[in-house]
Each structure stands twice: as C-alpha cells, then as structure tokens.
Design a protein around this ligand. Structure first.
Ligand SMILES: Nc1ncnc2c1ncn2[C@@H]1O[C@H](COP(=O)(O)OP(=O)(O)OP(=O)(O)O)[C@@H](O)[C@H]1O
Ligand SMILES: [Mg+2]
Length: 378
C-alpha cells in the first residue's frame, strides 16, 4: 500500500492513500480524507468500464529530496527549463539514468497543496499515450516536487510564439497531428474514465511535445470530477487561464465537460493563427484571440485572415476550412451547442489524414517535375 503524507501548515498531517483513492463530486476535486476513512473503500475510477487501480508497474513512486537535488545538481539554474504558477521546472537525471522533468512547488505560489494532491492522485491512475506520465513525487518536510517524464520538445506554446531565429515554425501537418493527439487525451478524460474528469486547464502551455511532436496533456492540479447522476454541472470557484475560459464558466462558475471543449477551440485557434490566447502587447481589439477571431470565423471568405503567416500558405485550403468550421463549433457561446470530444477526434483524424495525403501527392508531383526538368536538361 502506497501512502504519502502532506504536511499542511493549517491542518493536521494529511495522508493520501493512492491504492484506495475515491472521488467526491461536491467541494473538493479528489477525496483527500484521512487514511482511516479511506480504508476499505471499494470505490475507484472506472477506465473502460473496469475499476482502475494505480498503473501497472506501481505508478508514481516517492522520492527523497536528496535524490531530486542530486538529479538536478542542486537545482542548478542551467537545468531550469521552465517556470509556471506552480514553480520552476528543472531537467534532471535520476540515479537510474532516466532523464526527467522535476517541478518544484513554490511555497509562495498561488497553487498549493490541493493542486499537488490532485495532480498526484489523478496521474497515478490515468494511463493514456496523450497524457504525461508522472514518475514520482517528493513530500519531504515542506517540499513538494513532482517528477515527470521529460518531454524533449517542451510545450506547444514554445513552438507557436516568439520563435528563435533558428527555430522552424510548425508545419500544418504537425499542427493537425497535435490537434488529434490533444483531442484524444481529452476524450480519454471525458469518455473513457468514470466519473468523467473535466480538465479545466487546457492551453498551449500544458500541451507538451515528444521528440516526434506527439502531444501529451500535463498539469491536472485543476482537474475536477464531472457531474454524476442527473446533475448537469459542477459548481466551483472559477479557475483557469485568461483567454481560455468558457463564457458560462466565467459568468456563473458552472463547470461542464463542454467548458473543456471551449478551451480546446481556443487551442485550435492558436494552432491555426499562431496568435496567443491573450496578448497584451497587441492593440485593443486584438488582445483577446477569440474576440478578434469571431468575425472571421463566421465568414468563409475571411478565413484567410485567421491563418498564421508563418505557414506561408502551405496548407490544403479544404482542410483549413474544415478545421476552422470545427473550431467555430467548439467556441459556440451556448455550451450545449458545442460538439462532443469524440466527434472532434473523428473530425481531426479525418483532416490530419487528408492533409497528409495532400502532402504526399504534392511531394510525388514535385519529384516527377524535377525528374522531367532533369531529363530536359540532358
Ligand atoms: N515534463 C516536462 N518535460 C519538459 N518540459 C516541461 C515539462 N513540464 C513542464 N515543462 C516546461 O516547463 C514550462 C513551465 O511549465 P509549468 O507547467 O510549470 O507552467 P505553465 O503550464 O506554463 O503555467 P501554469 O502552471 O502557471 O499554468 C513548460 O512550458 C515547459 O516548457
Ligand atoms: Mg503547465
């Protein structure tokens, strides 16, 4: 049985029992009751209809602070690969030789123990190729650290904006591949586990990329168990990131899985336009991506305005039209008019396949043309 204690400065020590985790759907995201109250609980998360215990192979393991200090050479600044609301992220190498990303909770940050616990519990159970793997955690003293698989290409955000001079912009096909993978990750959360999980923090900074640009969703600290039974929504204090928040959630705090679909629509707009969801360096009227894009989204003759100039026109027009049409549906003001994630996955699988075969046909044409011109020069 795997337990770790989280020392909460305001309350007693808290024990989380990964083996008997159960969800509550009212106020807190995950049941963090004391070990004794959780003992013997048979409830758990259903994955594809089966009760899912922590991942095969044991899931996340506990590390000592010294192990993680050694892995990052004492959290040396050169090993720092990112910084977010939770704290700093370092690249490290474990004693086993495995390269990892280590997130260190900033004690003064706005995210705290609750998010840390939710992150550990959720990722200890989830198992999908489009969700980042949690290798372990550390709760030595006041320290809170999370150890993830290392994603060599960083986040989607790193590849869309403020590119380095030597950095190639993402091709259309890679963007579509990322859309498919991210949608499959959300489909897993909404449809393959029960009760469904509302991700709540879908954004380009939380889509991490593998060497071949396969995407994995990260940061589950804000995730929330979806409504159960006849309930249509979960009420919650409003959390998330500016520029991504669905209007009904921002206005009333009513959270449904359709709030995630809206966030996905914003990510799709970022992929298509190469613009940030919220960009304060732009002029008034262009700062909020969805607000800027709305008039263009409704009129196919204006779709061209939405396209990232860094794509230099290299995309199949038909696929762009489909992608924008689905984006517009995801961003529908009425939550229940937004599509289900399963339909979004199917649509983007189709667009990605069409885009790929268009690219192959172009490459074949190019090589025939160059053969011909070589023939002519002889
Ligand atoms: N597993 C990982 N592998 C490689 N790089 C990572 C990994 N996790 C995070 N990073 C890098 O660290 C950066 C910061 O991540 P982090 O999740 O802490 O913050 P964020 O998502 O940008 O913002 P916030 O946490 O405030 O919402 C990411 O943008 C990414 O570049
Ligand atoms: Mg993140």
């Amino acid at each position: 049985m795997k337990c770790f204690s989280c020392l909460n400065t305001r309350t007693n020590d808290m024990h989380i029992n990964i083996d008997t985790l159960s969800y509550v759907t009212d106020r807190s995201s995950v049941d963090t009751r004391s070990e004794s109250s959780g003992r013997g609980s048979k409830s758990g998360i259903l994955v594809d209809g089966k009760v899912n215990s922590p991942k095969p192979g044991g899931g996340a393991r506990s590390f000592t602070f010294n192990e993680l200090a050694a892995a990052t050479k004492n959290f040396r600044e050169v090993n720092m690969i990112g910084k977010g609301g939770f704290g700093c992220v370092y690249k490290g190498r474990l004693y086993s030789g495995q390269v990892v990303a280590i997130k260190q909770l900033n004690p003064d940050g706005h995210q705290g123990n609750q998010e840390f616990i939710v992150e550990v519990l959720m990722l200890s159970v989830f198992n999908h190729p489009n969700l980042v793997t949690l290798i372990g955690y550390c709760t030595s003293g006041a320290q809170r650290l999370l150890v993830y698989e290392y994603m060599p290409m960083g986040s989607l955000e790193d590849h869309l904006y403020d590119l380095e001079p030597d950095q190639n912009p993402l091709s259309w096909n890679t963007r579509m591949k990322i859309a498919v993978g991210a949608a499959r990750g959300i489909e897993y959360l909404h449809c393959k586990i029960s009760p469904s999980v509302i991700y709540r923090d879908l954004k380009s900074a939380n889509i991490l990329l593998d060497r071949d640009f396969s995407p994995k969703l990260s940061d589950f600290g804000l995730a929330k168990v979806g409504p159960v039974g006849n309930r249509t929504h979960v009420s919650t204090r409003i959390m998330g990131t500016y520029g991504y928040c669905a209007p009904e959630y921002a206005n009333s705090g009513k959270l449904t899985i359709k709030s995630d679909i809206y966030c996905f629509g914003v990510v799709l707009l970022e992929l298509i336009s190469g613009r940030k969801a919220m960009d304060l360096s732009r002029e008034n009227g262009e700062r909020y991506l969805v607000g800027w894009a709305r008039p263009y989204l409704k009129d196919p003759s204006k779709f061209g305005h939405l396209v990232d100039p860094l794509l230099r026109g290299r995309f199949p027009r038909k696929c762009l039209n489909y992608a924008i049409a689905i984006t517009e549906m995801c961003l529908h003001e009425e939550a229940n008019q937004r599509p289900k994630i399963g339909d979004v996955v199917v649509a983007f699988e189709y667009i990605a396949a069409q885009s790929k075969s268009h690219e192959s046909r172009r490459a074949a044409r190019r090589s025939t043309d160059s053969d011909r011109s070589r023939g002519e020069s002889y």
